[in-house]
Design a binder for this molecule. Structure first.
Ligand SMILES: NC(=O)c1ccc[n+]([C@@H]2O[C@H](COP(=O)([O-])OP(=O)(O)OC[C@H]3O[C@@H](n4cnc5c(N)ncnc54)[C@H](OP(=O)(O)O)[C@@H]3O)[C@@H](O)[C@H]2O)c1
Length: 318
């Protein structure tokens, strides 16, 4: 089968011909129809997890994917049980075994997958797991409620757009960062205020509009060096969630703030509720860039270079 692999950290992703993997007990083999691309995929290439977990090379890239179940390892031991032909989606990455979703076929634990509802197409389902689960977990992680004021820093990208919609859907007043071209879209998605992050420092602009502070922040862009400035916008006991491990929890607690670093957990129940929200029109996933599997390296480079205004998806034809 064709798969996009790296042969070591910091190597260029390339197309390889690999044997179709065989599912073990509790696992299913999925014929991939589409693979979602996330910043984490290029971070894996750069060794983001090299100190914490073994990586098996050649390593098939990609976390998110959607496709059709082909076989189960030991069907009687597989829970939940998927029949051949069922449409499924979820997170496929398993770096310890060199497994990922940028391939014609992928093996994954059945317990990590959810069924794709009838009205969802494969590219949309492949775009959903990481960005959708992150948005879901981050909004929940702030503890923000109706009427409270939440800044989404980095709202113009894949996770940000989903975060704005899930928060606004809960009655939270969302301030979203955007460039001049994306502000209207984010208002449509539910943001009540837009901060043009290209016009000047976000913190200064938010402070001018909210001198008494805001209740919560979901930060998708700040480094540990940058996050203090954004956290200074919070009221006492305000909550800040970082997507990039930028929060020093104890230091923030000493300042009377609730800080956390969260990592998306695309549980099947979360995936099912996100897919349902998409199907009902309550969550819009904007696919910003679609390319064939063969162009994965370019798609990753494009995402890394910035200007993402939604999700990137690879389509897999076989
Ligand atoms: N912890 C987790 O579980 C988890 C899960 C998913 C994602 N993440 C992380 O969350 C981040 C966002 O992911 P994503 O998929 O949404 O990425 P993305 O699609 O690339 O979006 C990032 C967005 O942030 C904007 N941006 C960059 N600098 C900014 C700034 N200073 N102020 C405001 N906006 C800025 C970018 O615009 P420009 O390109 O114009 O700069 C882009 O629109 C990534 O770092 C990713 O690794 C973490």
């Amino acid at each position: 089968m064709r798969a996009v692999v790296i042969t070591d950290f910091h190597t260029e992703p390339s197309l390889a011909d690999l044997p179709v993997p065989e599912p073990g007990p509790g696992e299913v083999l999925v014929k991939i129809a589409a693979a979602g691309v996330n910043p984490f995929d290029w971070k894996v290439i750069e060794g983001a997890m090299r100190d914490s977990v073994h990586h098996e090379f050649p390593l098939v890239l990609g976390s998110d994917g959607s496709g059709i179940v082909v076989a189960s390892g030991e069907p009687e031991l597989t829970d939940p049980r998927f029949e051949p032909g069922e449409r499924v989606f979820g997170q496929f990455m398993d770096v310890e075994r060199g497994r990922g979703s940028y391939a014609e076929y992928a093996v994954v634990k059945a317990a990590k997958l959810a069924r794709i509802p009838e009205k969802l197409d494969f590219p949309t389902a492949a775009a959903l797991p990481t960005a959708g689960a992150a948005a879901h977990d981050f909004v929940e992680g702030t503890g923000a409620g109706p009427g409270q004021c939440l800044l989404v820093n980095g709202a113009s990208g894949g996770v940000g757009q989903a975060t704005v919609q899930l928060a606004a859907g809960q009655g939270i007043r969302v301030i979203a960062t955007a460039d001049p071209d994306t502000g209207d879209l984010l208002r449509e998605l539910g943001a009540v205020e837009i901060v043009d992050f290209t016009a000047g420092p976000t913190a200064e602009q938010v402070r001018a509009a909210h001198p008494d502070g805001i209740d919560a922040v979901i930060d998708l862009v700040s480094t540990p060096e940058q996050i203090d400035e954004i956290a200074s916008l919070l009221k006492p006991n305000g909550a800040i969630v970082s997507a990039n491990g930028a929060v020093d929890r104890e230091r923030f607690a000493a300042r009377g703030l609730r800080g956390s670093n969260l990592y998306a957990n695309a549980r099947p129940a979360t995936l099912a509720s996100l897919a349902d929200a998409v199907q009902r029109g309550q969550l819009r996933l904007r696919i910003d860039y679609e390319a064939p599997l063969e162009e994965a390296a370019d798609a990753l480079a494009r995402l890394k270079a910035g200007k993402s205004r939604g999700k990137t998806v690879l389509t897999v034809e076989s």
